[in-house]
Ligand binder design. Structure first.
Ligand code: NAI
Length: 681
């Protein structure tokens, strides 16, 4: 059969008059293109055929709507049992990329929409890359987030195209680049509007321009005498964010480049060796699990088609103001209401800062976001809103009073969402004619940075409203986690006993620096004392005193004292630490000694509360506890959550330790009764 008549499941071949082959990828039974084993196999057959019957050139493109290739199929990745299997998996990819690269005809990757990981590596194996300049077109190599780095030759080829500094930066951060940014570093050859993309691809095939080379500075950085120095600097930067014992991949990538940049063939071989080892490590397996937890959260937002048009936020304070700005950033028309006009003036200023931070020099985007956000002292927006988000003072009576006033003015079917962090939904709903429309939409501070929102359902919350609000959360780029209405919900409830244990340690005379180090050594992104200072000690105290009524937590005396004295943490320039121009002042000379007991005390609090939440069915299942602690508290992602950590360490050993601590420190270390059930599991 002629190659032109052959059909494939995932690829479509189209030859034009100039005998250019337009190679369309349209992965069957999938809304996005993934480089599965089958997709690779077929591409291999196609390339074999091409070798004997060469077209003028080949353009690889996607038939999916607004996306190119999302990378390798991570599900296949999880089936690799050992290093040998992983190496064989990667070698197949390498030989395919080499074959594509060796085609003696011009090849173009025509990128539109998301191009991730293996998709970028495939593009780099083409002679040219053209990309649409639409905002949603992004390219990157985010493998580092899964505990590995590019393993289909992407290390060598990205460095060859962009030079070592931009390429390493992209691989080490996992950052996605717009077409403009990618063009600037030389990763792609052309960025054009979508309507000109095909034309640009054709032009590259017909004209075969010389490949662009990285500039002098990049070539210098790649020189063997300079590399050790540069590598040391980069490692220093990486060390600020990730420790080698927790996240080895970035360090291995830097060393790979340092050792083999002069011998690309060897670097490719070593890439297979390194990535296959990393891919089967505990860190990578746990990070891949985190990826799937994230996907599971996203599903909550996909159960209904829902699109709100107008959002009305009541309360222009820290949270309400930031929520309103965030919704405007995400394209919503927003009104924000506050009882205090002075406050609203500040809200507007703060929002402008958020827009500038988000859109940087993009004036047009800043102005557009600002136009979408309206200050609305009198609350006119209530009547036109599809969703009203309440973020006023944390006081049942004040909130109920407000609800009584606004409910008659709300559109039928409009959602009332509260950002309360501690009040039971049932208590608030009792003020409403239609209690089913009230749902908790609990954002975390700072709104722009925290990925999770808890979707709180009370006894009466309407199921459709829950799904709609989850869809809304997804639409504003947050991960929705459905949580039962109960004191502290999930995240604060798990976090608070841990923070209070840390505060108690300070009361015992232990240096905050040592306490925080014990936590960061474990893998927490920030120590609990620094976190308490950052959140605000007044807020910590409020949440803690509410929780102390229902849970086995005591309010440490020193917390009350420090709040009374007006030292509320970072925002007032002092709390448990001092701050100079917002920068924390830690004593670097402290001798920490053995931190194991401190670390155990902190971690056991997190684990015990997680187990209690499983027992009470606060979220759907144990996986959702893990998702909550990772995305809501930053719990060491490489440990894949508290419940997963319990399985890894072993239930019996943890119970034993808790019992010993119970004897020594008292009741607050009493193991929750659910541990016994876990033991039997
Ligand atoms: P905030 O004190 O900064 O802002 C509250 C705003 O609501 C003030 O500007 C006030 O003037 C306004 N307000 C009060 N009563 C009003 C009314 N009847 N009508 C219109 N405006 C009114 O408080 P913050 O920190 O923003 O908290 C708001 C809500 O968010 C609370 O329920 C809090 O528990 C919750 N929350 C707070 C977090 C935090 O870290 N601050 C985190 C997550 C939730």
């Amino acid at each position: 059969m002629s190659k032109k008549a052959k059909t494939y499941k995932h690829w479509k071949l189209e030859y034009d008059k100039a005998d250019i082959l337009w190679l369309h990828l349209d992965a069957a039974d999938s809304s996005v293109n993934l480089l599965s084993a089958q997709v690779f196999e077929e591409l291999n057959l196609i390339l074999n055929d091409l070798a004997t019957d060469l077209p003028t050139g080949v353009v690889i493109l996607s038939d999916k709507k607004d996306s190119f290739i999302y990378g390798a199929d991570i599900k296949e990745f999880t089936t690799l049992e050992n290093k040998g299997q992983a190496a064989a998996f990667l070698k197949r990819g390498h030989s395919l990329m080499n074959k594509l690269e060796a085609l003696p005809r011009p090849t173009v990757s025509m990128i539109h929409g998301m191009c991730l990981g293996g998709g970028t590596e495939l593009s780099l194996a083409c002679r040219y890359r053209v990309m649409s300049s639409e905002d949603y077109s992004k390219i990157g190599l985010p493998e580092i987030k899964l505990g590995i780095f590019p393993g289909y030759g992407g290390t060598v080829r990205s460095i060859r195209r962009a030079g070592p500094l931009p390429a390493l930066d992209m691989m080490l951060t996992g950052r996605m680049l717009t077409a403009r940014a990618a063009k600037k570093i030389g990763l792609i050859d052309e960025a054009v509007p979508l309507r000109q993309l095909k034309h640009a691809a054709r032009r590259f095939i017909m004209e075969e321009p010389k490949a662009r080379k990285p500039g002098l500075l990049q070539r210098l950085a790649n020189h063997k005498y300079l590399r050790p120095l540069v590598a040391k600097q980069i490692k220093k930067q990486v060390a600020k964010k990730a420790r080698p014992e927790h996240y080895p991949a970035p360090y291995r990538l830097i060393e790979l480049w340092q050792n083999y940049a002069d011998t690309p063939g060897e670097m490719l071989r070593q890439e297979i060796n390194e990535v296959s080892q990393l891919a089967t490590s505990k860190t990578a397996r746990n990070l891949v699990r985190v990826f799937f937890l994230q996907e599971a959260l996203k599903k909550y937002g996909k159960q209904v088609e829902y699109k709100a048009k107008h959002v009305h936020v009541i309360g222009g304070g820290i949270m309400g103001g930031d929520i309103a700005a965030w919704c405007a950033i995400r394209g919503y028309s927003v009104t924000v209401q506050d009882q205090s006009p002075e406050r609203l003036a500040k809200t507007a200023q703060r929002a402008m800062q958020s827009f500038k931070k988000k859109f940087k020099k993009d004036r047009r985007a800043i102005v557009a976001a600002n136009d979408r956000l309206m200050m609305d002292h009198r609350g006119i927006g209530v009547a036109q809103a599809d969703i009203v988000i309440e973020a006023i003072f944390e006081d049942v009576d004040v909130k109920q009073e407000l609800y009584k006033g606004i409910e008659p003015r709300m559109k039928p079917g409009a959602i009332l969402a509260t950002n309360t962090s501690s009040i039971m939904l049932e208590d608030l709903a009792s003020a409403l004619e239609n209690p089913g429309r009230l749902v908790g939409l609990h954002f975390f501070n700072p709104v722009a940075l925290m990925p999770l929102v808890e979707i709180i359902h009370g006894d009466n919350t309407d199921e459709t409203i829950l799904q709609q609000v989850a869809a809304f959360a997804r639409d504003i780029g947050k991960l929705p986690l459905p949580v039962k209405s109960s004191p502290g919900f999930l995240v604060n409830r798990i976090l608070m006993p841990y923070l209070l244990e840390a505060v108690m340690m300070v009361d015992e005379g232990i240096a905050p620096e040592s306490i925080d180090k014990a936590a960061t050594d474990f893998g927490m992104p920030m120590g609990p004392i620094e976190l308490a200072d950052t959140v605000g000690l007044d807020i910590c105290k409020n949440v803690a005193s509410i929780l102390s009524k229902t849970m086995n937590v005591e309010l440490p005396k020193n917390l009350e004292r420090i709040v009374k004295s007006g030292h509320l943490g970072k925002k007032t320039g002092s709390g448990f630490y001092q701050y100079k121009k917002g920068k924390i002042q830690k004593n670097k000379k402290i001798q920490h000694g053995n931190l194991q007991v401190l670390q155990d005390r902190l971690v056991l609090k997190l684990l015990n509360e997680s187990v209690a939440c499983v027992r009470e069915g606060i979220v759907e299942n144990e996986d959702m506890i893990d998702a909550g602690v990772i995305f809501g508290t930053g719990f060491a992602p490489f440990r894949s959550g508290t419940m997963h950590h319990i399985q890894e360490v072993g239930v019996a050993g943890i119970i034993e330790k808790m019992q010993a601590f119970e004897k020594h420190f008292g009741d607050r270390f009493k193991p929750d009764m659910y541990w016994q059930k876990l033991m039997k599991k």
